[in-house]
Design a protein around this ligand. Sequence first.
Ligand code: PMM
Length: 288
Amino acid sequence: MSTQNERTGVAGLPAWDRCAVMGVVNVTPDSFSDGGRWFDTTAAVKHGLDLVAEGADLVDVGGESTRPGASRVDEAEELRRVVPVVRGLASEGVVVSVDTMRASVAEQSLAAGAALVNDVSGGLADPAMVPVVAAAGAPFVVMHWRGFLAGGNVRGVYEDVVAEVVDELHARVEAVLAGGVAPDRVVVDPGLGFSKDAEHDIALLAHLDRLHGLGHPLLVAASRKRFLGRVLAGPEGTVPPARERDAATAAVSALAAHQGAWAVRVHEVRATADAVRVARAVEGARQR
Ligand code: PMM
């Protein structure tokens, strides 16, 4: 494996010897692929524990849907959804990541035991986010983001999607580091599906090496996304619904792990847990 995509760990988190599996718990009534199913604290905690039993290394808890056109939940409601689930899972020894664009939710989740902050806006949506993460010394996922998706894909215009995503992520990482987050705690994520069409997502997956060039561990979150529906449907076919994209998701997990991703974020854990273990075995044989 080239040094460029050598997998490095994230300070403050366990060191996994393979691509980590991040299981998703969306505590929302409206998320695009599993909205409504885990919309109460007990059910959400149980679902998170089930994901760990299926092989998740960490669990990402979110209370706000980022689906195109979704309206924002208010802060009090997001806190009410997320913090008890984070506390419940952390108290069971689960490594919890909190998926939020709000500094207050990040701060209270960290106090409740979260180990990682996953912000799809990379700190852009809330100016207080980076200071909160820096003060807590928490690891931080910086995703490529061009703003809220208010219907359509007006921001998803690229001449060279890979170069632009790399450049924009680089600028964002610089800002996050300038804000006091330690370099060994920054994770980058291409933001598949965020202001991106299917061909953009696929181009990014084809060039993960360029994202590795940013010098930070890489998170790939392809699970059940629209581009997989497009790939599975072919040019004329019917797009399968989100829940029928799990085998395709596991295929992406294998590809991402093989290319040195630090972690993959998925709704259905079992197949991806197998995929990353197979990738690890192949990687081990190559190193011998
Ligand atoms: N996508 C979603 C939510 N959170 N977090 C990161 N880091 N990267 C992503 O691509 C991402 C995310 C939207 O998907 P969901 O509704 O299935 O959770």
